[in-house]
Design a protein around this ligand. Structure first.
Ligand SMILES: [Zn+2]
Ligand SMILES: [Zn+2]
Length: 99
């Protein structure tokens, strides 16, 4: 992995690109509407934080059932979480965007 990793916001075709994950997550949590979790009805920021919520608060089986997801969807999101964990402390992400 090089240092030139760019993070693109994919919410609603937004397409904004950020040089680090912290900026991307802050953008997703502040520039876009929050989502209601299909499993527990919690309101969570869209993008990375929504994925982290789903995969840390709920089981894979709950996710698949609530979102009609398949194993490729699960793998894609698990890979994103791993990629982010490689470059940042997942716990610190979004800590400055509490409403
Ligand atoms: Zn965006
Ligand atoms: Zn939830």
């Amino acid at each position: 992995m090089g240092t030139g990793l760019a993070w693109e916001c994919e919410i609603d075709g937004c397409g904004e690109v950020f040089g680090d994950i912290e900026s991307a997550v802050t953008h997703q949590a502040t520039a876009h509407d929050h989502l209601e979790c299909e499993i527990c009805d919690a309101l969570v920021p869209d993008g990375y934080l929504a994925i982290r919520h789903t995969f840390t608060e709920h089981s894979r089986a709950e996710y698949v059932r609530a979102y009609g997801a398949n194993s490729a969807d699960v793998r894609e999101r698990e890979e994103l979480l791993e990629t982010v964990a490689d470059v940042a402390d997942p716990e610190s992400l979004g800590s400055d965007v509490q409403e």
